[in-house]
Design a protein around this ligand. Structure first.
Ligand SMILES: Nc1nc2c(c(=O)[nH]1)N[C@H]1C(S)=C(S)[C@@H](COP(=O)(O)O)O[C@H]1N2
Ligand SMILES: [Mo]
Length: 439
């Protein structure tokens, strides 16, 4: 009986603890839970998932996948991320169909997921004891902060920041590039709350020779080898010291979603989202370009000067991606709709331009022969995407494509078809096109 009481107690704790509640949401049908019950604490989650007490739980071998889950025919998905398109489940990679990005600020459930490894086990995340270490050879006074210390020592700031995976749009390159075959939905923009990275770095002393920062997160290499780093990228010290670079604990007024880096994340808008380290444990201030995992070789790099499609490019001719290129999407209507000839069609979308602003937006209904100005709104803050809208009238019935094209504050526009091919298929900012049947 004692055991039973203890279990009930734990179930109660499970209900109240937001993190464990997250586990429940996260847990119902994900692959992680099908195979992830390595710890005793996972037992509670497992009982919640199979929906009852497990009388012989003590006999279960560690790591056993309950047959109730292992034999499921349900398609893989992460609960709480319902509308996303899953590209991969080991690691989890999922993107938003573009019509789901119609909100001004992307709700958490529509925020894409790009994992390079396995997120830290939910039961290993304790927001009270989680620490962020600031160190590195160009840090004067290496310091560890708890989340509460970050919250109490530094001023809080909220910025809407656009995060786009460097490989967004990769699927269109030809010859194809290895890696997740992203459509266009590995992008999101919403309001992150935290403290300025610069306030925290300055409090620890930035040496004169500092040129770069790098991050380390708590996720685990797919091999399971704890000595292997999943990903450790970074940015120039200038970018890190911008007002909008945050160490964030909140997204859209809530805890950061587990898959997006709970409980703490670096958020650096405008550069490839790979700079925005999830499950953030450490930031190093470097006296040279950071050389962590996926900073070197061909990762997140493009040829320093254009190459012919299919070329092999030696590492020394590859340059680190910094600001993302100008880009836009149509978020309303969904591609493939039928529309009546009698009515105007009201189009809506988003546009962004890395470190810059979008200056103008145009749409075409005749495969780019003529372009019509759309109304582009100002961003709520620097590095946030901009909303746009346009009304179009079709001259006769038939098949049309609506093409959308943004131009940034430097006068640079999106290419209509494909930008320069590169070995890993980064930075595809070709115009988004939707199909419309006018009837
Ligand atoms: N710790 C950690 N941080 C990470 C990653 C990761 O795998 N581990 N992926 C990076 C990449 S490549 C991208 S595109 C973004 C994706 O953020 P999201 O999963 O919240 O959409 O996180 C970046 N930060
Ligand atoms: Mo990415």
């Amino acid at each position: 009986m004692a055991k039973r009481t203890e279990e009930i107690g734990l179930f109660e704790a499970y209900d109240k603890d937001p993190l464990k509640a997250d586990l429940d949401i996260f847990g119902r049908v994900t692959d992680e839970n099908r195979r992830g019950f390595l710890h005793k604490s996972g037992l509670m989650a497992m009982m919640a998932i199979v929906g009852s007490n497990i009388p012989f739980a003590n006999n279960m071998p560690g790591g056993l996948i309950p047959a109730a889950l292992a034999n499921t025919t349900e398609p893989f998905k992460v609960v709480g991320k319902d509308g996303l398109i899953y590209l991969n489940d080991k690691p989890i990679n999922a993107e938003a169909p573009l019509h789901l990005l119609d909100d001004e600020f992307t709700p958490a459930n529509k925020f894409f997921i790009r994992n390079n490894g396995t997120p830290p086990a939910p039961e290993s995340i304790d927001t009270q004891t989680w620490t962020l270490e600031i160190s590195g050879e160009s840090c004067e006074n290496p310091t560890k902060f708890t989340i509460d210390e970050l919250k109490s020592k530094f001023k809080h700031h909220t910025y809407a920041l656009t995060l786009e995976c460097g490989g967004n749009g990769r699927a269109e390159f030809n010859p194809p590039a290895k890696g997740n075959q992203w459509g266009q939905g590995a992008v999101a923009c919403g309001r992150w709350t935290g403290v300025r990275l610069k306030d925290v770095l300055k409090s620890c002393g930035i040496k004169k020779d500092a040129v770069y920062i790098g991050y380390y997160g708590a996720d685990v290499h797919l091999s399971g080898d704890p000595t292997k780093v999943v990903i450790s990228r970074g940015c120039t010290i200038e970018k890190a010291l911008e007002d909008e670079a945050l160490i964030a604990w909140s997204y859209e007024g809530e805890d950061i979603p587990y898959q997006n880096g709970f409980p703490l994340r670096l958020v650096v808008g405008g550069w490839p989202a790979s700079v925005s380290g999830k499950w953030l444990r450490q930031i190093v201030i470097r006296n040279k370009e950071h050389d962590g995992e996926k900073m070197t070789g061909q990762s997140y790099r493009v040829p320093c000067s254009p190459v012919a499609a299919g070329s092999k490019v030696p590492n020394e001719n590859m340059c680190v991606i910094e600001s993302m290129p100008v880009k836009s999407i149509v978020t309303y209507p969904v591609s493939g709709i039928e529309h009546s000839l009698d009515n105007k069609l009201s189009l809506r979308g988003k546009a962004w331009a890395g470190d810059f602003a979008v200056k103008s937006m145009e749409v075409s209904i005749d495969f780019g022969a003529t372009w019509h100005k759309a109304k582009i709104n100002k961003p709520v803050n620097r590095l946030a995407w901009q909303t746009w809208h346009a009304d179009v009238k079709f001259p006769q019935k038939g098949y049309y494509e609506v093409w959308a094209k943004a131009t940034d504050s430097n006068g640079i526009s999106q290419p209509v078809i494909l930008p320069g091919w590169n070995p890993r298929g980064y930075l595809n900012n070709a115009c988004h096109r939707i199909a419309v049947q006018v009837v």
